[in-house]
Design a protein around this ligand. Structure first.
Ligand code: BGC
Length: 752
């Protein structure tokens, strides 16, 4: 007996000693214990992030993965590592590290293909993980309310359903790689002008149905690890200090348990930020840190609020690769990812015009390639949405790779002109230039004689028009939305010369958003919008121009006849666009009085007067003529719709419609389901997108039944009188449509 007991006793004593000396380390099962062991200083440090991050408007950290956007704070004694955060959305943004430039947000949403976007997300996730990053600060899902918003290229659409579904797919893809995302910017960051101080004044209905619904869909369908609040105020309260929004709607109503962080430098009152449910302040400062401690000391900040924030942060940390000590390779599969980028870029391109089947080209033509953007292709936007890409295939290279012959004289002219312009731009774009100052780009040129000669020597002309913009300021109507005199002149001269010779002009719009079309579109035989399609740009555009890929992209926004037709026209004052107003002016002039706001309309606040009638909801309801409707896009083939059915089954409406390829080449069709509500209880848009699906590649003559499920809850509107969702009873019209202006089949359904 003694012989058995003695060793057992020894083991017991050993165990006791050992467990006393073994420090407790964070695990996914002991978060409450860890929270109880953290000192107030450690909690404050966790909440405010690394602080050492340099802040000059776009996130930059020198820690762990230098050039990423930021990190959290480690607490080594409890086994809490720092985790790394990097932008997003068009790939991973790490300074000096070659990452794949994927197509931008607008390009992805133009695919209307959630499966493909999920594939893109997975490819981006691979780079996130293999470069040692834990959370990608993407996707950006804010509504493209006004065409001049400087960040529209990062965002998806003027429609919340399309935005939400594409965002959910992107998030699922990225997170399938074991890394996190941060859906942003919650909410109503719909313009950049004065973004740190702008009050978005939005009625409850529009807020719920338009500006939050995109987030709601994505949060519920993909469960992002984190969410980033926006810079702006919403109805007088900073989004990052807004308890109703963060604790109320996001967490309680939507039942979401992830981690919330501020945008970089957003918010003002540390106590209000933490108390509202915003867990992490990025990049954080010593002042934030001190404020958390002071708040805890004087009781203005509750221990419960702080512990809740810390708990959310720790729940995030335990999910990350860094916590699992993942040994990242620094060597993502750039080749495979470039192929994914090219595929998505093709599918996001929208063919707006194709008179007399100008496209596809046969590939045997001799092409006059004009426009400086053809040789200096724009593949992404600026600011935090930029990606430090490994390479760019411009259109000249893309066409050459595809074996297309280019007019020699035109080629020669641009070779020397671009050499001159590149040197001129390089002298202006010196290192150290502020991130929000636009880079000088080659000036457009009209080589008249060369064009006239090319009209007899070449078979067709391609002109590329480029536009780049980004975070911190909005686009100028005159200098970005409208084409310049030189661009119009280039189009006119080329159109006249080539048409006189019986030849065609193809225009490629390499732009992050829409441009004014009415003054010049009649000059072109074909117009292709490729958005900013990422590193494989030239190859992808060539794939479409030559018919290797059949265009299947559809507009995620309306292109009005005139900008002034838009209900939000004037909300971005021209005189202030193009200026990083908030940084240079407010930061210097307001000093300590950071919160101060004036009462200047469209500078200090914007009234969202149009309510839910944003984009096509406005144009279609008011029967206002547009240049191209929401959802529009041509194909090299044609489709026929038949057999539309709607069946109500419990709380879901099943819609089905047969789509047949009636043309002579294979193609994909986007079936869009719009719904007209009875509209007796409150004013409703004449059509609202409630579902969509893209077919697979249908061979000529092939047909497929497209099935789309629409939850009945998606038909409800937000009733401001009762402050709740209300489902109107009565007859609903379901429309299967090619775009918002072109319903093809209708089916009626009574909701009781
Ligand atoms: C942007 C965010 C970005 C952050 C970090 C901010 O300026 O608004 O979208 O994630 O910087 O770079």
């Amino acid at each position: 007996m003694k012989r058995i007991l003695l060793p057992l006793l020894g083991l017991f004593i050993c165990n006791c000693l050992f467990s006393q000396s073994l420090p407790v380390r964070l695990s996914k099962d002991n978060i409450p214990e860890i929270v109880s062991l953290l000192t107030p200083e450690e909690k404050a440090a966790l909440i405010v992030g690394a602080r050492s991050t340099q802040f000059d408007g776009v996130g930059y950290t020198s820690l762990y993965v230098p050039g990423a956007a930021g990190t959290t704070h480690p607490v080594s004694r409890l086994g809490i590592p720092a985790i790394v955060l990097a932008d997003g959305p068009a790939g991973v943004r790490i300074k000096d590290r070659p990452c794949t430039r994927f197509p931008n947000g607008t390009s992805l949403s133009s695919t209307w293909n959630a499966d493909l976007v999920e594939e893109v997300g997975a490819a981006i996730g691979n780079e996130v993980r293999e470069y040692g990053v834990d959370v990608l600060l993407a996707p950006g899902v804010n509504i493209q309310r006004n065409p001049l918003c400087g960040r529209n290229f990062e965002y998806y659409s003027e429609d919340p359903l399309l935005s939400g579904k594409i965002a959910a797919a992107y998030i699922r893809g990225v997170q399938s790689q074991g890394v996190g995302t941060s859906i942003k910017h919650f909410a109503a960051n719909n313009q950049e002008l004065n973004r740190l101080f702008l009050d978005a004044r939005i009625g409850a209905r529009a807020l719920r149905e338009i500006y939050l619904r995109n987030f709601e869909i994505a949060v519920k369908e993909s469960d992002p690890w984190t969410l980033m609040t926006s810079y702006n105020y919403i109805n007088g309260v900073y989004a990052s200090e807004n308890g109703e929004l963060v604790s109320g709607i996001l967490r309680e109503e939507w039942d979401w348990e992830g981690t919330v962080m501020t945008d970089w430098g957003a918010g003002h009152d540390t106590g209000a930020i933490v108390s509202s449910g915003n867990d992490m302040i990025q990049p954080g400062s010593d002042a934030h840190y001190e404020a958390v401690l002071a708040g805890l000391r004087d009781g203005s900040l509750s221990v419960a609020a702080v512990d809740s924030a810390v708990t959310h942060i720790l729940r995030l940390v335990v999910k990350t690769p860094r916590f699992a000590s993942y040994e990242y390779s620094n060597c993502p599969d750039l080749e495979a990812n470039a192929a994914t980028a090219r595929k998505a870029a093709c599918e996001g391109m929208v063919l707006l015009k194709n008179d007399a089947s100008t496209l596809p080209l046969s590939g045997r033509e001799n092409i006059a390639l004009l426009g400086v953007a053809s040789y200096d292709f724009i593949t992404g936007g600026t600011g935090s949405g930029d990606v430090n890409g490994a390479y760019i295939v411009d259109l000249q290279q893309g066409l050459r790779n595809a074996g297309v012959s280019l007019d020699g004289a035109v080629d020669e002219f641009y070779a020397s002109y671009m050499e001159y312009e590149r040197a001129r731009c390089a002298a202006i774009n010196k290192p150290g230039k502020k991130w929000y100052v636009d880079a000088e780009r080659a000036l457009e040129v009209v080589p008249r004689e060369i064009i006239l000669d090319a009209a007899s020597a070449a078979d067709a002309a391609i002109v590329t028009i480029g536009r780049v913009f980004g975070e911190s300021k909005d686009r100028s109507y005159y200098h970005s939305y409208c084409l310049s005199e030189a661009e119009i002149e280039l189009l006119r001269c080329t159109s006249e010369a080539f048409h006189r010779a019986g030849k065609k002009l193809i225009v490629v719009l390499d732009t992050g958003g829409i441009v004014d079309m009415a003054p010049w579109q009649h000059l072109a035989d074909a117009i292709l919008v490729c958005w900013l399609p990422g590193c494989e740009a030239g190859n992808a555009v060539a794939d479409i121009l030559l018919g290797k890929e059949n265009p299947s992209g559809r507009l995620p926004m309306t292109i009005p006849v005139r900008y002034s037709d838009d209900p939000t026209f004037g909300d971005i004052p021209e005189i202030l666009t193009d200026k990083p107003f908030n940084y240079s002016f407010y930061r210097q002039n307001l000093g300590d009085d950071f919160r101060k706001r004036y009462e200047i309309p469209n500078v200090d606040y914007v009234d969202y007067d149009e309510g839910v009638f944003v984009g096509y909801r406005y144009y279609v309801t008011g029967r206002i003529k547009v240049s191209y409707p929401f959802g529009f896009g041509l194909s090299y083939t044609t489709f026929r719709y038949s057999d539309m059915k709607t069946v109500l089954d419990g709380d879901t409406v099943h819609v089905s419609v047969r789509v047949a390829n009636t043309g002579s080449v294979a193609g994909k069709e986007v079936v869009q389901i719009y719904v007209k509500a009875p509209g007796r209880d409150m004013k409703k848009p004449r059509r609202e997108l409630k579902g969509f699906a893209k077919t697979g590649l249908l061979a000529p003559g092939e047909s497929a039944v497209v099935e789309i499920d629409i939850p009945v809850s998606l038909l409800a509107s937000f009733d401001e009188r009762s402050d709740g969702w209300a489902l109107e009873k009565g007859r609903y019209v379901f429309m299967a449509a090619r775009n918002a202006s072109d319903p093809i089949r209708k089916s009626r359904l009574r909701i009781r």
